[in-house]
Ligand binder design. Structure first.
Ligand code: DX5
Ligand code: ZN
Length: 228
């Protein structure tokens, strides 16, 4: 996997999601959270098919990649798209350090995880709230990161699904030593419960960029998650 990403996720991290940032000043918003300590920047890709909204693609990921890398950070791409195997090369070229696709979006999870690693990126697979942890049982050892959605994918600002900590605990039994990432409804009130269950990478969008002061909000969530 990307050496940069491996080092960063060796300890618990909060990854601000730019989905909730002000895109008219994206660069300065990213700089603001990185100055507060953030090193993993989460980039949500939606295609209007796998999930209803359309967001951004490799062009925007690439636009912030140098800024993030120069500050010692990593780009964590989360693809909520159909046929994700067709897009991984473009995101790797754009500067992604980690690439996540959804188990529900392709019959080719094994091949896609290997292809992501071959491109030099951390390979990550996500599961929706309705997908059982056993969906990943044949992929042990192939994924560097498994992402457990703690809301239904598609929108920022939704409420954390309360059964998520229990699911994260069960996921740990299935995925061995892969990093467990959680995404959706993570804030100062919810981060601790998924941290205790075994997650160590915590995506937070609206709780960071929707706050009056994203830097202060980032630090409060990191502290609640036991992250740096
Ligand atoms: C939702 C995205 C998330 C989103 C989380 O489908 O994958 O990364 O930004 O937003 P919050 O933290 O507001 O739930
Ligand atoms: Zn996401």
């Amino acid at each position: 996997m990307s050496e940069r990403f491996r080092e960063l996720v060796a300890t618990p991290r909060v990854a601000p999601s730019i989905l909730s940032a002000d895109f008219a000043k994206l660069g300065s918003q990213v700089e603001e959270v990185m100055a507060a300590g953030a090193r993993v920047i989460h980039v949500d890709i939606m295609d209007g098919h796998f999930v209803p909204p359309i967001t951004i693609g490799p062009l925007v990921a690439g636009a912030i990649a140098d800024l993030v890398h120069d500050a010692g950070g990593a780009i964590d791409v989360h693809m909520m798209i159909e046929t994700p195997e067709r897009q991984i090369e473009e995101f790797a070229k754009a500067g992604a350090d980690s690439i996540t696709f959804h188990a529900e979006a392709t019959p080719h999870a094994n091949r896609t995880l290997s292809a992501i690693r071959e491109l030099g990126c951390a390979a990550a697979i996500a599961i929706n709230p309705g997908t059982p942890v056993e969906a990943l049982s044949e992929l042990r050892g192939l994924a560097d990161v498994v992402l457990c959605m703690t809301v239904n994918p598609g929108w920022g600002g939704q409420s954390f699904i309360p059964s998520s900590p229990d699911k994260v605990e069960r996921l740990r039994q299935v995925v061995g030593d892969a990093v467990i990432e959680v995404d959706g409804g993570i804030d100062v009130g919810t981060a601790g419960s998924v941290a205790a269950a075994g997650a160590s990478l915590f995506v937070a969008g609206s709780a960071v960029f929707g706050a009056d002061d994203p830097a202060v909000a980032y630090q409060a969530i990191a502290s609640a998650a036991g992250a740096s």
